[in-house]
Design a protein around this ligand. Structure first.
Ligand SMILES: NC(=O)c1ccc[n+]([C@@H]2O[C@H](COP(=O)([O-])OP(=O)(O)OC[C@H]3O[C@@H](n4cnc5c(N)ncnc54)[C@H](O)[C@@H]3O)[C@@H](O)[C@H]2O)c1
Length: 256
């Protein structure tokens, strides 16, 4: 048994590094916004800035996709949306199940952003018999006894776990045994999965703890520093804030 992706190489099929894969959704989000405004082309600098990524890194990332843009014109927005969507496997619909329909599970079920990105919530599953049949986000909650048949009937390969930590491994084992090969885990538990199963872990409290660390450091620095001189005309502006997510040192979503 392996834990999450720890035993996987750092590159995906066709040699695309994991770090590039992690940035593709950032490009896609920025490109989708441009597409919605009917912007036909974008320069690497503009797109890098919109995605919060360094432009040299962006050009390198796009070279893995075989996309080099046109000098003086930039990248074709619609074509890049298609290319990145295809690379991420988003040109097909992915049915997902959410297991544990409490506060968080219900909030995720109500989030419209999954369906609009091709992730259809096929079922909501909970162990509480009192919840079975109750409508959440227009979907009837199913009892966990039905988990295996739901996975099989709907061809589900992605499961979201929002149960208490103590139930997460058991839920994960059942999902995997039923055929799920990708897990998004919100529970505060390190999951053990067989090779071939991908686990991504989301923990907002870890993100807050990292922010707390930086807040503490900034507060300590401001205590030790003199009041800064005002900027001379033409002087460089202060450096922007710390990188966010996959382009920097703080992942927004962590491997398990
Ligand atoms: N990752 C994050 O950033 C983050 C943020 C908030 C909460 N959480 C975690 O998400 C989980 C859910 O939090 P919540 O506030 O929604 O809790 P909650 O108590 O409101 O909901 C948990 C639900 O899971 C169900 N459940 C319990 N055991 C189950 C099992 N074996 N199979 C199926 N369903 C089962 C319960 O009946 C309940 O409906 C917790 O583990 C919490 O720590 C994570």
């Amino acid at each position: 048994m392996a834990t999450g992706r720890n035993h996987r190489p750092a590159t995906r099929s066709r040699g695309i590094p994991e770090a590039t894969v992690a940035r593709l959704p950032l490009y896609l989000r920025a490109l989708t916004a441009l597409s919605e405004r009917s912007v036909p082309t974008v320069s690497s600098e503009e797109l890098a800035s919109a995605a919060g990524v360094n432009s040299a890194k962006l050009r390198k990332d796009f070279s893995y996709l075989g996309s080099y843009g046109t000098r003086g014109v930039g990248y074709d927005v619609e074509y890049l949306v298609y290319q990145i969507s295809r690379e991420l496997g988003l040109t097909q619909d992915w049915p997902v199940v959410i297991v544990g329909i409490g506060n968080l599970g219900a909030a995720l079920a109500n989030y419209g952003g999954f369906a609009s990105r091709g992730f259809r919530v096929a079922a909501l599953i909970d162990a509480d018999p009192a919840l079975a049949g109750r409508q959440v986000a227009g979907i009837g909650v199913r009892h966990v006894d039905e988990l295996e048949s739901i996975i099989e009937t709907n061809g589900v390969s992605i499961g979201v776990i929002t149960t208490p930590g103590g139930a997460a491994q058991q839920v994960c084992d059942r999902l995997v045994a039923a055929g799920v090969t990708s897990i998004l885990n919100f529970a505060p538990t390190v999951l053990t999965v067989p090779d071939g199963v991908d686990v991504r872990k989301v923990d907002l409290s870890i993100e807050l703890q990292i922010l707390a660390f930086h807040e503490q450091r900034k507060a300590a620095e401001s205590l030790t520093q003199d009041v800064p001189e005002p900027l001379a005309p033409g002087a460089a502006a202060p450096a922007p804030g710390r990188d966010q997510g996959p382009d920097g040192d703080i992942p927004a979503v962590m491997p398990a």
